[in-house]
Write a protein that binds this ligand. Structure first.
Ligand code: URA
Ligand code: SF4
Length: 271
């Protein structure tokens, strides 16, 4: 299990206090479906993406009736971009329809691709541990990814994660938008730049926006933090157990340093 100091550094103070406020608010009143939102035209939401995308995009594969089950089933057959070709299966989001908090990662990894579930591998373990340490049940939150198929390249016998490009993120966005319309989280947590770009567009940088309380048409409050896999890149168990020194995950720490040094500070130089 990751030490508490890691969880605190990972979520950082503004996010932790948001969790506390929002969770206590919603323990008192659980909201249900809003018919007005359910009547939104999906075209309003995806039009911008479609103009820029080169692929058929996921839009052509959306079911007529939008429920989490029908979406998951339809996403299983999505060929909206080339990523379905080399992946084992679609990995759709998971969690309760009335979840207050939604987490968006980048894309499934090797283990998620095999299991068909999001965040079940090493990054998922960090996510679950850090949630537990701030008193949130993993089963109470909705967890999904910006891109629903695993993008990888072979290296020997291993499948190495490749970052999805902006066209693939745009092509897959209708699934994420549909999930957001159904779940309507009060707080959306974007994990890393790819997830942030799926919500806010390609100029989004997690290093700049981390910990700020933002908002979007998808959720009244949106916060960005680093992807949990950045903690995995710390070099050894001992340094991980000590937790990242705050400068390691602090965007200000990297300013003025060479790119290589900055990279080590962000991810691997935290011992
Ligand atoms: N990383 C992600 O962004 N998502 C997953 O589901 C697993 C690892
Ligand atoms: Fe469809 Fe998204 Fe998979 Fe591309 S990555 S095929 S858009 S589900």
């Amino acid at each position: 299990m990751v030490e508490f100091s890691t969880a605190q550094d990972f979520w950082n103070a503004p996010i932790l206090s948001l969790f506390t406020d929002i969770l206590s608010e919603t323990r008192q009143s659980k909201e249900t479906d809003c018919p007005v939102l359910a009547a939104w035209s999906l075209h309003d939401l995806t039009g911008m993406v479609l103009k820029r995308a080169e692929y058929p995009t996921a839009e052509a594969f959306l079911p007529e009736r939008l429920t989490l089950n029908s979406l998951q089933e339809a996403a299983g057959g999505c060929q909206g971009c080339p990523l379905y070709k080399n992946a084992t299966q679609t990995v759709f989001g998971e969690g309760p329809k009335n979840a207050t908090v939604m987490f968006v990662g980048e894309q499934p990894g090797d283990q998620e691709d095999l299991a068909g579930k999001p965040f079940v591998g090493p990054a998922g373990k960090i996510l679950s541990d850090t949630l537990e340490q701030v008193g949130i049940e993993r089963d109470d939150v909705y967890v999904t990814n910006a891109v629903k198929h695993f993008k990888w390249e072979p290296r020997g016998k291993r499948r190495i994660h490749q970052k999805p490009n902006s066209r693939e993120v745009a092509a897959c966005r209708p699934w994420l938008e549909a999930e957001l319309r159904i779940v309507r989280p009060k707080l959306l947590v974007v994990l890393g730049s790819t997830a942030g770009q799926a919500i806010f567009g390609p100029s989004f940088r997690v290093t700049r926006e981390r910990g700020k309380v933002l908002s979007s048409k998808f959720a009244p409050k949106v916060v960005a933090t680093v992807h949990p896999s950045s903690l995995l890149r710390q070099p050894d168990e001992e340094s991980r157990a000590q937790g990242p020194r705050s400068r390691c995950l602090d965007p200000a720490a990297g300013r003025g340093l060479s790119r290589g040094t900055r990279g080590r500070l962000d991810y691997a130089g935290c011992q």
